[in-house]
Structure formats: C-alpha cells, structure tokens
Design a protein around this ligand. Structure first.
Ligand code: ADP
Ligand code: ZN
Ligand code: ZN
Length: 728
C-alpha cells in the first residue's frame, strides 16, 4: 500500500499543509487525485509525496492516532509539472507567503489546475489514411485503384478528403489502407505583419549582442531608445541559444503587443518551433499550446505574464520586453512579478534574462547602476533616424484652443490636418477610459461615487451607464441628482469616448479606436492594427495600448491628448508612469524614413516628468526621481509589504489592523509601519490595508509567518499578503 501526502484544492492558509491518504495503486508524485475531505465529497487533491508502507490501514490508525481514508480515483497518468516547476512552486509559495496549492493553480492553465472546475480540455485529433504496402495483393476494383493512386510510399491523406470515396471501406477492411490519428494543435499563430527574414545587426546592435553572449551574468538590462532595434537583438540572441540546443521564452506585457512580436518571430523562425501563450486563447487552444511545450515540441514560447510558467526545458534565454510595464505584476492570485520568476528559472538552467526597455523602471536602472544587473545601452535609432520633434501645448492657455474644441488644441489640429494632407499616419493617445471622468450635479456639486468602494464613477456613453473602474460596479446613467433632485447633470474631464466624438466633429476622415473597454480580444486588436498597418485608416486613437512597442513606418505624428492623466493617480509611481508613457508614445513616430513630430498637451508645463520626457532625458529623470524615492523611503530604498484584510464587522477590522500594526512595530530595524488605511466597503464586507516598508525580506519574514499563524486561528477574516506591492 502507498501513503500519499496530498494538498487539498482549497486555496486558503488554513489548509496550506498536506493530508495523508492511502492508495493500493502506485501514484506518481505531482498528479491529481480525487478525495473526500472532512464532509466534502470529491475534492481534487494534488499529490506532493508518495511513500510505500507495509502497515495495514488499521495499524496505521493506531500508529498515527487518526483515520486515514483511501483516495477515490487517480486523475492524471503523468505529473502535471516537471521537477523544475514542481520545486519552483515551493520556492514561490515561500517567497510570496502564498498557499502552495494556490501557487500551483496560478502556474497551470485553467484546465490542468488542481481545482474542481468544470472546464475540461481534451486532446483533439486529426485522422489520416496511410497505405499499407504489405497487404496489397488482393484484386482491386477500378474505384479502389483510383483511391490508391492518390497514395505514394510516404503520404498521409486527411480522412475528410477521402471519406466519401467508393470502395474505401473495403480497402480498410482488407488492411490495405490504415487509419492513423495525430494530436492536433488547435491554435494557429497569425503573421499579421511582414518582416525581413535576414537580419544584419548594426555595429551598435552587434556590440550589445556580443557582450551578452560572451558574458556569464544572469540579468541584463537592455536600455535602448525607441526604434533602436531591440527586437533585432532579441531575435539574433534566440537564434544563438537555439543553435546551442537551448530554448527561449519571450514575454510582452500586453495582448495587444503579441501580434507584432509573433509576426516578427514567425518571419524569422519556423512556425513549428513556436508556441503562444496568452489569456485570449481559448481554453482548448491554451491546453494544446501548453501540451506542445511540455512535450518538448517547441523551442520558442511567446506570451504574456503567465507564460513565464511555460514548461519549457533547458531555457537559455528569457526576454521581458518593455520590462517597466505594470502588467508583469500579478495582482489577484500569487502576487508574483514575472521578472522575479524569470531570475529563478534562468538561474536554474544557467540561462540569461534580458530586460528590455526604452524607459527602464527606476528599480531596474538602480540595480543596473549598482552592477547587480549588466547594463547595456543602445543610443541611436536604427538608420540613425532622429527622434521626433516635440512641442508642448499648455492646456491652461485658452489661446491654444478655439471655441470648437477644448480637447484638440489649435496646434494639434493643424498638425493633424497637415499629416492627413500628406497621406501620413497619426496616433492619438488618450489615457482615460470612458466618456466623462467625473459625473456630478451642476446645481449642488454632488459627485456620483461607487456605493461599493467610493471611487468616482465614470460615464460610458456607449452603454449609457456609470462604471466604477476600481471594482467594476455598474449602474444606468441617472437623470436626477439624489441630493437636490436637479436634472442638470454633467461631467468634467474627458475620456476616450469623448475624444472620439470630438475627433469625428472636427475631422472628416476614417479612424480606428483601440480601447481596452471596447476591443478586449486579441483578434479584434489584430484586425485594427492590421487595418492601420495597411493604411486603410490613417488615424489610430487609443488608450495606453497604442503607446508601446508598435512599429508603423508611416506614422509621422503622435498626439498626447492629455499628458496629465497619470500624474494625479495616487501612487509613488505616478511620475515614472507619466515619463514612460510620454516617452514611449513619442517613440511611435518617425520610425522609418519620414521624420516624426509629437505634440504633448498638458496643464503642468513645469512638471519634471513631462519636461524630461519631451527632452528625451531619461538620465536626468532618473536622477531626480531616485532622489525623491530616497527622500520618501520608496522603492528601491525600501520595499512595500501590503497586507489587505477583510471582515464583515468594521470594529473587528480596526482591531485586527491594530494587532498587525503592533506585530510589525516590534521589528527593530529598517522597518516603517503604517496604520490601517484605504478602508472601503464592498459586497457587505469592510476592507483595509496595512503597509510595511522594509529593506530586506529576511527582516520581515518571521513576522509575516507569525501573522499567518495568528490569522489561521481567527475566524471571520480574509487576508491577502503581497510582499512587494507594486503601488501604494
Ligand atoms: P525597438 O524595439 O528598440 O523600439 P525595433 O526593434 O522595433 O526597435 O526596431 C525599429 C525599426 O528598425 C524596426 O522597423 C526594425 O525592423 C528596424 N531595424 C532595427 N534594426 C534593424 C536591423 N539591424 N536591420 C534591419 N532593420 C532594423
Ligand atoms: Zn444636486
Ligand atoms: Zn467601486
């Protein structure tokens, strides 16, 4: 008999240890089994350890002092994860103070998760016919001869092509033709854009390439201005490591950037060597891509954040393009950053991690300057192109606007018209979703707020509703003020829907909109990008999805409609985000042979993030920002531990918040603790956060684990711990 240590599917701290089950059959470590647990029937268990025993179940009961039940079924024949990923899960669970089962659930695609969910994917097959020469000696009818004429020694013919042919059944019965089935992979990557399949690196690119392949360092920060050809270097590096029989993983931050990266990789490498993993694949497609990777059939994986868990073996290279993007941080499940997982995996395989960006995060650049990462720079655009000519427009100066529009300034209108006359292309960035940002009563000033979380509600004209961008609460647009009864309701500030409406009024041309609310699917995004690329439209209006990565040769004008939208966002990263957004957006213009122009509209002419961005001065921005971070004890000087607690009782929440404060206040050095804050009420529960700033994880580790133990014995609470909160 075998004794199994099993994790139960429930992702909670109280069950973050294994339970013993018995099995008469041998079970592989790392497979799913069906078990009963307490009074719950048919839960999924995940086997962590297997030990043979000679004792009977009765003897075990006496030895252990409790009953051991048998598992009910074995679900998988093979372990879900290979040994590297199996161990990685344990490392990450400790590092992020997250239950192990939840860690494995985060790492696996939905259909393979050790969790009782309905969606199941099955392998799909294609059926073929093949000729069996050994059996051809029977008399054949003319129909049968005709069928056989389609075969030669090697070919296989798809079942559908032959199915209706006369005489086929007989050929199969006689064993002359045999049916074979092959695993089918349901996803076909699309090559949306054409790229050269020969790359000659420039001198500067070559230098960077050589420095990487000839060094033994683990992490490289490739800081290359927009249009300097980072992707070309990635491709050459991938080629290098593939030749050495290693594999490569390449991540982009958003789904909207996958079509471009896929096109570029497909232009250079063989389709059969590539798998794609991102969240808008269908579950069945994702299951296939995942299987393809774990069977060792591909050498390159392209994907978004969670693709960092792709079961690739022998990884030589992990690339995170646009490394500064916040999308690399998971906020809901295991609070990992793809970068941190990349370091662990690359280290395991003795591979390398390339962090690429035109605007490296302050943390990464600080580490590079301290020689923790290997810093590499590309200072010229490909073909020595100039960066666009940039002008700033003061939104507070009314002479910049006519009565026609308070969104499009006169200089911007003029440049758009000029570009359109020359049949060149334009990208307009509007970094606000919705139509009107703040919906309010013009009579009494009442502002409509989310009843759940208190955020300002945003008016969406498309659906004629008010939406909370914080918690997704939605209500029909009210026509009366609940405070004074007035019907005089309006909004200040504007979002992309309003910009679009105004664009239509001023310019009589076709355009496309890329808005995360309206075009969430990668196929829709691809279609829009494709249209723009083929110049079926000359204007692309979009939220921040248009700011990064795209490479359209005919874009000569970029307009940042409102550079200030990130500035007022309450986060220690708001300046960094503003600088990066403007720099990246400007970088979309003038990428091929035509010179580019950019117009940036702002109300904060003196803001340093905006000014350094339009002067293309990353270095000065970094110096100023790092000074501020130091002054305010922010990353990379201190890291931020976020503890979010939830309770149905407001007083209990405060009490627990105080306990947590007291617990961390006991730590003697290099820790700053803040009292419970950001309290909100959502779905009948009170939620609050305690922040702790610390310098080294080892300084807080013990206390966090103590907290988890205290929490386990408390009922009526929920807790969420993020040891490296991205924002606060
Ligand atoms: P980045 O990612 O650094 O913004 P890209 O890799 O998109 O830059 O390169 C910008 C443009 O220059 C692309 O159109 C790319 O094809 C072209 N390019 C860059 N390097 C080369 C090269 N060595 N040979 C040919 N074209 C190049
Ligand atoms: Zn009112
Ligand atoms: Zn809300």
């Amino acid at each position: 008999m075998y004794l199994l240590n099993v994790l139960i599917e429930r992702n909670i701290y109280a069950l973050n240890n294994t339970f013993l089950y018995a099995s008469n059959d041998y079970v592989n470590k790392g497979v799913r089994v069906l078990v009963d647990f307490n009074s719950s029937k048919d839960l999924i268990g995940y086997v962590l350890e297997v030990n043979e025993t000679t004792l009977t179940i009765e003897e075990l009961k006496i030895e252990k002092g409790f009953n051991i039940s048998f598992i009910k079924d074995i679900i998988d024949t093979k372990p879900l994860l290979n040994s590297e990923l199996f161990e990685l899960g344990k490392t990450l669970s400790k590092k992020y103070f997250y239950p192990l089962i939840g860690t494995y659930q985060t790492m696996l695609p939905k259909t393979l998760r050790p969790k009782n969910i309905k969606t199941k994917s099955h392998i799909a097959y294609d059926y073929f016919y093949k000729i069996n020469r050994n059996n051809i000696n029977a008399e054949l009818t003319p129909f049968q001869k005709k069928i056989l004429a389609k075969f030669n020694y090697f070919n296989e013919i798809n079942k559908n092509e032959l199915n209706k042919s006369k005489g086929l059944a007989d050929l199969i019965n006689k064993g002359i033709i045999e049916e074979i089935k092959k695993e089918k992979y349901r996803y076909k990557p699309q090559k949306l854009f054409e790229y050269e399949n020969v790359i000659n690196l420039t001198k500067e690119q070559e230098r960077v390439y050589n420095e990487i392949i000839n060094s033994n360092d683990l992490v490289y920060l490739l800081y290359g201005i927009t249009g300097s050809g980072k992707t070309e270097i990635y491709i050459k590096l991938i080629e290098h490591y593939l030749k050495k029989n290693q594999t490569a993983l390449i991540l982009v931050p958003e789904i909207s950037l996958t079509p471009l990266m896929i096109s570029r990789i497909l232009s250079y490498f063989n389709e059969n060597e590539i798998a794609i993993l991102h969240s808008s694949l269908k579950e069945s497609e994702r299951y296939d891509e995942y299987r393809k990777i774990s069977l060792g059939k591909v050498k390159i994986v392209i994907g978004t954040r969670s693709a960092i868990f792709a079961p690739l073996d022998n990884i030589g290279l992990i690339i995170l393009d646009e490394e500064d993007s916040s999308s690399y941080k998971e906020e809901k499940l295991l609070p990992y950053h793809a970068k941190e997982v990349a370091f662990i995996r690359a280290h395991y395989f003795n591979g390398k991690v390339i962090l690429g960006s035109a605007t490296p995060s302050i943390e990464s650049m600080a580490k590079a300057k301290n020689k923790i990462y290997h810093l590499l720079r590309l200072e010229k655009r490909y073909n020595e192109l100039n960066l666009p000519l940039i002008s700033l427009v003061d939104r507070k100066d009314i002479t910049n606007f006519s009565s026609k529009s308070y969104i499009f300034s006169l200089p911007l209108i003029k440049e758009i018209q000029n570009a359109l006359k020359r049949n060149e292309q334009i990208i307009l960035l509007v970094n606000n979703r919705g139509y009107g940002r703040t919906f309010y009563c013009r009579e009494c000033g009442h502002v409509f707020k989310c009843p759940n979380c208190g955020s300002n509600l945003v008016y969406h004209k498309n659906t004629d509703s008010l939406l909370c961008h914080h918690c997704d609460y939605k209500m029909a647009k009210p026509n009366k003020c609940p405070n004074c009864g007035s019907h005089f309701l309006s909004f200040y500030d504007f979002g992309i829907e309003k910009v679009e409406e105004e664009f239509k009024k001023i310019f009589n041309v076709k355009y496309e909109v890329l808005d995360s609310d309206r075009t969430p699917k990668s196929l829709q995004i691809s279609n829009i990008l494709n249209k723009f690329n083929k110049k079926e439209v000359n204007v692309l209006i979009g939220t921040q999805i248009v700011s990064k990565g795209h490479d359209f040769s005919d874009v000569t004008l970029v307009g940042v409609i409102n550079a200030d939208s990130f500035l007022n966002y309450p986060s220690f990263r708001s300046y960094e985000n503003t600088f990066n957004l403007i720099t990246q957006t400007i970088g979309r213009a003038g990428r091929k042979d035509k010179p580019g122009k950019a117009i940036v509209q702002t109300s904060y002419l003196d803001n340093y993030a905006i000014n350094y961005a339009i002067n293309n001065d990353y270095e000065s921005f970094f110096n100023k920002e790092i000074e501020q971070r130091k002054l305010l004890n922010n990353p990379p000087f201190y890291w931020v531990l976020k503890i979010e607690i939830e309770s149905i009782n407001e007083n209990d929440l405060y009490d627990f918040g105080n306990d947590i404060y007291d617990l961390f206040a006991l730590i003697e050095k290099d820790v700053i603790v803040y009292r419970l804050t950001n309290i909100s009420f959502f779905k009948e529960r009170y939620i609050g956060q305690v922040f702790v700033k610390y310098k080294r994880l080892s300084d807080i580790e013990l206390t966090v684990n103590n907290l988890i133990n205290i929490f386990k014995n408390k009922s009526g609470f929920k807790i969420k711990i993020d040891p490296n909160s991205y924002d606060y």
